[in-house]
Ligand binder design. Structure first.
Ligand code: GDP
Ligand code: ZN
Length: 451
């Protein structure tokens, strides 16, 4: 049995790439398929806005950040730089362009081919969503699922598969209805050929019990840059751009809201509040009047109520660049005429934005058809999911909103929940349900909004 190499051991890119490519070949043979080198498609001019949102998920330390860096050439948390400019959001989005070498067919995210040094041709701009930390990753996935078109699930080849969060993330993808998932068998440089194949079989076995049993599995080394070209090609070919609903009423999901003025700014120089998030459907343009719901909270007669806000879009930013119009794809931000004090410290996170009068209804109390899992995923011990109980506290996620609710009636068909903060959502919307287990909320199922 060959000795396992440590993460910290130095590896040459060439050697790792060679062995990873051998493993990739064997795995392709096992899977009985061959990725064809397609001829370069007609080149259209790339739109400024990314066309796809792809989430990176997987157990801690399996390589999400390293891969994001490898593909984008920058760490996702450098967004704090842009944050200073006050024009973009800090969700951990990294925009990446997929290129193909027109000479040798190599896929890359760079303008120059690493194989033959020719210039490459841009094919598609994508937006990678990488949330730092497990808790925020789950929250991003559950609330962001509405805007994610596909996901990359990283699995470290030098550990047994599945690890708890690998299971939990895959379950979350399944529950939120994400279909296009690519499994990345990472850290291939740390294992022998035989170990890589044994790990591949574990992954296959694990997937066989899920709806992703035919998902592509790509062995790579993010650190040694091995087989990443194959991964880029698979992303391009496997996760297609869905039909966007551009003619529907525009809807934006607010992930963050903030005040970009420096403390002590003069009133006449004050800039209006900024809303950051993603477009779910339709198109927004500069100058349009918009409405935001649930909006902001006020206390009236000792009761907390939420009031919608109306304002005008002053500017739109896509990837930090001003644009005239915006449609689904990537992260974006509006600057508005809202009073900065209303938007500060993410006070509008979870709100929906549309044109005045076009927003879905606001619910302080909801009724659901609920579907619970059999077992709690990702927990250390094997725990059964018990039925909901009267007065139980739940966390519910819908669109970009997270709210806490108390169960009034636990019946399966008509689960009634009183919400601490109301949600703005259409009848038929899918909410994920989490319950407190130990020290945190765990995903236990989902519900369909009836009322
Ligand atoms: P994350 O928690 O999923 O974001 O994982 P990171 O990207 O932070 O990676 C965790 C550790 O694994 C870091 O020390 C990385 O340098 C290392 N790592 C990531 N990918 C590879 C790889 O392909 N090969 C090796 N040897 N180490 C890797
Ligand atoms: Zn080339």
């Amino acid at each position: 049995m060959p000795r396992k190499k440590k993460d910290t051991e130095t590896i040459t890119e060439d050697k790792a790439a060679e062995s990873a490519n051998n493993v990739a070949e064997s795995i392709d043979k096992l899977a009985g398929k061959k990725i064809e080198q397609k001829t370069t498609p007609e080149i259209k001019k790339l739109p400024a806005q990314p066309e796809l949102n792809i989430a990176l998920v997987g157990h801690v330390d399996h390589g999400k950040t390293t891969l994001t860096e490898r593909l984008s050439g920058k760490w996702t948390d450098t967004h704090s730089e842009e944050m200073k400019k006050g024009i973009t959001i800090r969700l951990g989005y990294a925009d990446v362009i997929i290129y193909k070498c027109s000479n040798c067919g190599y896929y890359t995210t760079k303008e120059k081919c690493a194989k033959c040094n020719s210039l490459t041709t841009p094919l598609r701009k994508i937006s990678l969503v990488d949330a730092p930390g497990h808790e925020s990753l789950m929250a991003t996935m559950l609330s962001g699922a509405a805007i994610v078109d596909g996901a990359l699930l990283l699995v470290a080849a030098n550990e047994k598969c599945p690890q708890p969060q690998t299971k939990e993330h895959l379950m979350a993808l399944q529950i939120t209805g994400i279909k296009k998932v690519i499994i990345i068998q990472n850290k291939i440089d740390l294992v022998s050929h035989e170990e890589a194949l044994a790990n591949y079989k574990e992954i296959k076995e694990f997937l066989s019990t899920t709806e992703f049993k035919d998902a592509p599995i790509i062995p790579i080394s993010a650190r040694a840059n091995a087989n990443v070209d194959r991964l880029v090609q698979t992303i391009y070919e496997y996760i297609q751009i869905p039909q966007r609903e551009l003619n529907k009423e525009p809807l934006m999901l607010v992930a963050r809201s903030f005040d970009i003025n420096k403390p002590g700014s003069k009133v006449e120089q004050m800039k209006g509040g900024v809303l950051g998030g993603t477009i779910k459907q339709g198109v927004f343009s500069v100058g349009q009047e918009i409405e935001i719901s649930p909006g902001y909270m006020v206390e009236e007669k000792n009761k907390k109520i939420w009031k919608p806000l109306k304002t005008t879009i002053k500017q739109i930013f896509s990837g930090g660049v001003p644009v005239e119009k915006i449609q689904p794809g990537g992260s974006m931000a509006f600057s508005t005429l809202l009073d900065p004090s209303v938007v500060k410290s993410d006070s509008l996170t979870g709100s929906l934005v549309s044109l005045p009068g076009k927003l879905p209804p606001l619910h302080y109390q909801i009724s659901l058809d609920t579907f619970l899992l059999e077992r709690i995923v990702g927990a250390k011990e094997d725990l059964e999911v018990k039925p909901l109980a009267k007065n139980e506290v739940l966390m519910l996620n819908v669109n970009s909103a997270a709210t806490v609710g108390i169960v009034l009636d636990p019946s399966k068909k008509n689960t009634t929940v009183i919400l601490k903060k109301p949600i703005c959502a259409t009848i038929g919307a899918r909410l994920t349900i989490s319950r407190r287990v130990g020290d945190r909320f765990r995903l236990i199922g989902y519900g369909i909004l009836k009322l």
